[in-house]
Write a protein that binds this ligand. Structure first.
Ligand code: GCW
Length: 669
């Protein structure tokens, strides 16, 4: 080759590969180019306005924009915005800088999707609290996190601020998230030490201009662990004073601190119950300490004891009688379902039972029970199902257990980013709908090729039902392997373990049939729902089949609406789940050429794992349940490919699986 050609060769090569540049996913959905010099005038003199204006200047391709603070009657919330597009000029109005910021990101989202900016947009968020909950521990690990370690570099704070803190705040602001609880609900008392308050302050300072308030999970026994008091009894004067002083200290450092999140008397955490006090007595004490500063207390309803009572009933039994006894700055934070973030659960009956206490719903963005960051499970559809079920219920806010870590692509998988995105967008307004959100995410994140967009959106929309089908169809729940909650272990028996932590407690398989009888003849959990719904659920012939085994112990021969028996239907559902993953793989293969190789391959690899796992789930569950039904697998489904004995000897997927220590078993009893 002559010299010139050798010189030009790298250029040819890069021109060739430039068509679709490799991406590592670190930009999330924020892939607008930043080469523009748009005309933007920010009259607001607010931090949010300034950031929004700068974002527009760098990326907006339309006509000139003016940002102003205004008291417009259509601006019914602090965070809402109004955009008037008069062709040659655009006016963006909001009551606050945060509203302006959200308006700017709204415009950039439309642009990135290739959607026009309509002449008039008025957009007010439905919920005022749109929070992420990080289950991040102070040692850098993340409980139920599948994206590496915590983003928070506690040992470097407050002196060193990772640039990712700003990226994190920006990403959240772009989808309307306005608060973050930065530490695990299984909280270390240390987070309230003066040393850590300084570190938290440093984070709060980074997040503030993006409209994001910081909240902390607190350990109810902090006055003992940190303050050296002999008790954490909420009625003890010294305890009350300790919390008041602590609130003063926090607000001195962080004047707009959001408040506390509390997991009390749940899974071994301390709480007011340790002193014979009720949840409301405990919550009210904290609420009174923080009220003078304008803070709130989010008190979780996720409680269940090792009693004989149906676990699905316990949160209601604990909290319903306390309704009306909570202070005004307390919000009861209720998980979407009555058990624990299963791939499918009916809504928690607390949502329709509590009427004199503020409520917020807790959703899980991290896929603890939906294949971690290995399986594609777009949760927008799951959350929409929940919103449809609780239609009419007033919520103060939404909390999403974050799926974010220090992984380059933030979430451990490209598609897991869609769940962070969808959470923010649904928290802004659940009526936006899962389909629309999926499409806008794909347009911003992957491609504008119409056929590819359709394929990827369809893949997303079928993904959650696929997971339900290959893991736990027809209302089955909690068939997970001990501890890691990844693979199936319906046979799991651990001597000394709490029964409600074992799959058999939930599936109740016997020679007659399958499922948990929660009808009026069984645990009567149905009675916690409003009357009409309760009687619908109570009757095996009117109970929606997707919840059949949640509410009924149905006979193997029970006739299903498809005309099949329960056993045959179950077999078909598992098979459908596996086939859906094959379909997802095909759709991805079709879309791949429009996506950069790096992300295309990363997703393909995940889908291969998902298919292998789906087959494993199907085989494990069907072969195990077959030992009860004693019925053959129908011959119009794909045969199983594993042996039950062999499967029982393997732990799916998780290499560091360990049997619980004797000490842990003791604690859990
Ligand atoms: O889902 C369960 C998880 C625990 C978690 C708990 C909770 C933070 O397995 O890891 O603890 O719920 O929500 O408190």
């Amino acid at each position: 080759m002559n010299k010139k050609l050798i010189f030009l060769f790298p250029l040819f090569l890069s021109l060739f590969t430039l068509s679709i540049q490799a991406e590592d996913g670190s930009k999330l959905w924020l892939r607008n180019d930043q080469q523009q010099e748009a005309q933007v005038k920010d009259k607001s003199k607010t931090a949010g306005g300034a950031i929004g204006a700068e974002e527009l200047m760098k990326s907006w391709k339309g006509s000139a924009v003016t940002l102003t603070i205004a008291k417009d009657k259509e601006l019914t919330t602090d965070d809402g915005f109004k955009i008037e597009n008069k062709g040659d000029k655009i006016t963006l109005k909001a009551r606050t800088g945060n509203g302006l910021l959200y308006g700017c990101y709204h415009m950039l989202r439309l642009q990135a999707c290739g959607y026009p900016l309509p002449p008039l947009t008025i957009d007010n968020p439905v919920y005022s609290l749109r929070l992420l909950n990080h289950w991040d521990n102070l040692d850098g690990t993340i409980e139920r996190g599948y994206a590496g370690h915590s983003l928070w570099q506690w040992n470097e704070l407050p002196a060193t601020l990772s640039p990712r803190y700003t990226d994190y705040a920006r990403a959240n602001a772009s989808i309307g998230i306005n608060g973050t609880v930065i530490n695990n609900v299984n909280a270390s008392p240390q987070i309230l030490s003066s040393e850590y308050i300084e570190k938290v302050k440093a984070l709060a300072d980074v997040f503030r201009p993006y409209g994001i308030k910081v909240y902390l999970s607190v350990n109810f026994a902090s006055p003992m662990a940190l303050g050296g008091l002999p008790t954490a009894d909420p009625l003890d004067e010294a305890v009350v004073k300790w919390w008041k002083d602590k609130c003063d200290e926090i607000y001195k450092a962080i004047p707009d601190f959001g408040g506390f999140l509390v997991k009390a008397n749940s899974e071994g955490q301390p709480g007011p119950g340790d002193y014979g006090r009720s949840h409301s007595q405990g919550a009210n004490m904290l609420a009174d300490a923080i009220a003078p500063h304008g803070g709130i207390v989010m008190w979780r309803s996720f409680v269940y004891s090792a009693s004989d009572a149906d676990r699905a009933k316990q949160a209601y039994e604990e909290f319903k009688p306390l309704d009306g006894q909570f202070r005004e700055n307390i919000i009861l934070q209720v998980k979407n379902g009555p058990i624990d973030f299963q791939p499918r659960e009916p809504y928690s009956p607390l949502f329709t039972a509590i009427d004199s206490t503020q409520l917020m719903a807790e959703l899980q963005v991290t896929q603890e029970y939906l294949g971690h960051s290995n399986h594609i499970a777009y949760l927008g559809t799951m959350w929409q199902e929940f919103f449809d079920e609780i239609k009419g219920v007033k919520l103060k806010g939404l909390a999403g257990v974050a799926n974010i870590g220090d992984a380059v692509n933030w979430c451990g998988s490209d598609f897991a980013q869609a769940n962070w995105y969808a959470f923010g967008r649904l928290a802004w307004n659940p009526a936006t709908g899962a389909t629309k959100i999926a499409k806008e995410w794909v347009l911003q994140t992957f491609t504008h090729d119409a056929a590819a967009v359709n394929n990827i959106v369809d893949l997303m929309l079928e993904s959650r039902e696929a997971v339900v089908n290959y893991m736990m169809p027809l209302g089955l729940h909690h068939q997970f392997a001990w501890g890691h909650h990844y693979g199936p272990q319906p046979w799991c028996e651990i001597r000394g373990a709490r029964p409600d932590w074992l799959p058999s407690y939930y599936h109740k398989a016997d020679s007659q049939g399958l499922g948990f009888d929660r009808t009026s003849r069984g645990s009567n959990a149905v009675a916690q729902y409003p009357k009409t719904l309760a009687s619908q659920l109570d009757d095996i012939n009117t109970c929606p089949e997707k919840y059949l085994l949640w509410f009924h112990h149905a006979a193997w021969t029970h006739p299903m609406r498809s005309g099949r028996t329960l056993w045959n239907e179950l077999c078909h559902k598992y098979d459908d789940g596996v086939n859906a993953v094959r379909d997802m793989r095909d759709r991805w293969a079709k879309a791949m050429p429009t996506v950069d190789d790096q992300r295309a391959d990363a997703v393909s690899r995940k889908l291969n794992i998902q298919l292998k796992d789906a087959i494993w789930w199907k085989d494990a569950c069907l072969l195990y349940f077959q030992t009860f039904s004693k019925l053959p697998l129908p011959n119009d489904i794909a045969p199983t490919t594993h042996q039950l004995d062999q499967m029982k000897r393997v732990e799916l997927g998780i290499s560091n699986y360990e049997c619980p220590s004797a000490e842990l078993l003791d604690k859990m009893r």
